[in-house]
Design a protein around this ligand. Structure first.
Ligand SMILES: Cc1ncc(C[n+]2csc(CCOP(=O)(O)OP(=O)(O)O)c2C)c(N)n1
Length: 494
């Protein structure tokens, strides 16, 4: 029995449990959209610019912790999506981008909308610098294997986006259904590398013997879903936790052992704690420039004299910018669970570290006092610090918030407490303005606040952001509802 690649793709995606696809139509992906029209399980989320499709898919993957799917047209569709996909790549977000390409029988003719100044049917090369892998499908019969590998690669190891570039005629070709049945026999998830027990013992004993140990956590902990294990480990060992921007929320900002965010926008107290640590256990972080004050040894980290134990899923990140005493390639969730088990066995009563908790409490009170004038300011337009303070008070503990880029991102990193892991979606790596990862339509509350630069004018700021659903921290709403100072966009205006 045979069917079209497009129909079989939709069935495959349904069987993988895909419920939403983000994208925009074009003649090169119309066969897939026609097939999707018959699906009762998959909803196509239509956008008005492919960058938004990629950002929405990014947010969706962050929250569901599974690869999301973007469907793009060729040429301008793919280039429009590029910023969103690159943003996801730099934040290690799993995503499968499926793009239509020129018909294979027109290779070399430079057909409509092809970006091919130097090679034929080469648009996939645009994505090479940031996707984990880019495939161009040249034979319909190879499509099932390629799409299956694409999902596996996006979700395994260090997650990230992949591109499957499909000449449009291939979507309409008929291939044996059995080819898809064959790939479906293969597992859809792979088991991940563990931390060797002997290495775990060594790490725990070094931390237990350290005078000023520190846990440094990044976005890899969130994406590995390892926050509970990491929190339990830090509590058992009584080790203070500093975090990267992407690691915000791994351990609640209200936890007595949480120091806060490091780097350019970290405070001196937090950076000094990192600088003075004798042992740092880093989990799921790449020690990015912003988080490490450009790696200058006088600001955030200095290895040596501090000594570094680094656990990450990606071997390329271990020892990249700082020398490691112990480096381990492991899934952070498995590793943290192993460290906890070993710590409980070696030191059953654990450690309290009351003095560090007291120092953190004192620092928080000092910071709040130093920020009080801003956080309670009556200035008009409202001070961003006040907006952050009041929005935090108004929102439930587990509300998911997102930031754009600018002071709003850095201010949130610094002074907007996050209580639940994964409840902040922020563009840490590429840090593109216009990041807009909302995917739950207008049911959420979205706010944007900051110093008020480029994004200040309603709709004219972020190049593509869908401003209608945003909450503006100034008069800027398209409907003049009377909330002059603090437009909340809660009205059902469309
Ligand atoms: C696509 C893109 N262009 C330019 C920049 C550089 N950039 C970083 S922050 C910023 C200004 C942001 O101002 P605004 O949007 O008003 O946010 P605020 O600082 O007020 O929070 C710019 C231009 C960027 N990050 N992304």
């Amino acid at each position: 029995m045979k069917d079209s690649v497009a129909n079989l793709l939709v069935t495959y995606l349904e069987r993988r449990g895909i419920e939403h696809i983000f994208g925009l139509c074009g003649h090169t992906n119309i066969a897939v959209l026609a097939a999707l029209a018959h699906s009762e399980k998959i909803k196509f989320v239509n956008v008005r610019h492919e960058q938004i499709a990629a950002h929405a898919a990014d947010g969706y993957a962050r929250v569901t912790k599974r690869a999301s799917v973007v469907l793009s047209h060729l040429g301008p569709g793919l280039t429009n999506a590029a910023t969103g996909v690159a943003n996801a790549a730099l934040d290690s977000i799993p995503m499968v981008v499926i793009a239509g390409d020129v018909p294979s029988h027109y290779y070399g003719k430079h057909p409509h909308q092809e970006v091919g100044m130097h090679a034929d049917a080469a648009q996939w090369e645009i994505y090479r610098p940031f996707v984990k892998r880019a495939w161009r499908v040249d034979k319909a019969a190879l499509f099932p294997e390629i799409i299956h590998k694409a999902f596996t690669l996006a979700e395994s190891g260090r997650p990230g986006p992949v591109l499957v570039d499909v000449p449009m005629d291939i979507f309409s070709e008929h291939i044996p259904v059995a080819l898809f049945e064959r790939v479906m026999q293969s597992a859809t998830t792979l088991s991940r590398p563990a931390l060797d027990i002997s290495v775990a013992r060594k790490i725990v004993s070094l931390l237990a013997a350290a005078k000023r140990p520190l846990l440094y956590v990044g976005g890899g902990v969130i994406s590995a879903d390892a926050a509970p294990e990491v929190r339990n480990f830090t509590e058992h060992m009584g080790i203070p936790v500093a975090h990267t921007l992407m690691g915000k929320g791994v351990v609640s900002d209200a936890h007595p052992l949480t120091l806060g965010m490091t780097g350019f926008w970290g405070t001196k107290f937090i950076n000094d704690r990192c600088l003075n640590a004798d042992y740092v256990l880093a989990l799921g972080t790449r020690f990015s420039e912003a988080d490490c004050s450009s790696w200058y040894p006088e600001y955030t980290f200095s290895f040596p004299p501090s000594r570094l134990i680094h656990i990450d899923i990606d071997p390329l990140e271990i020892g990249r910018n700082f020398p490691v005493e112990i480096g381990a390639i492991a899934d952070v969730k498995v590793a943290a669970a192993t460290l906890l088990a070993v710590a409980k066995e070696m030191y059953p009563t654990g450690f309290d570290n009351a003095s560090e908790k007291a120092a953190i409490e004192e620092y928080r009170a000092e910071f709040a006092a130093s920020n009080k004038n801003h956080a309670e300011s009556d200035a008009f337009p409202m001070s961003p610090q006040r907006i952050l303070a009041e929005v935090r008070q108004a929102l439930p503990f587990d509300a998911i918030i997102t930031t754009d880029v600018g002071w709003n991102k850095n201010g949130v990193g610094q002074q907007f407490p996050i209580y639940e892991p994964g409840s902040i979606l922020t563009p840490g790596g590429l840090a593109t303005m216009g990041f807009d990862p909302r995917w739950f339509g207008h049911h959420g509350l979205w706010f944007k606040c900051g110093l008020g630069g480029k994004n200040r004018r309603t709709g004219a700021g972020s190049s593509v952001a869908d401003w209608r659903w945003r909450v503006w921290a100034e008069p800027g709403c398209a409907r003049d509802c009377g909330r002059r100072q603090y437009c909340c966009r809660l009205c059902d205006y469309e």
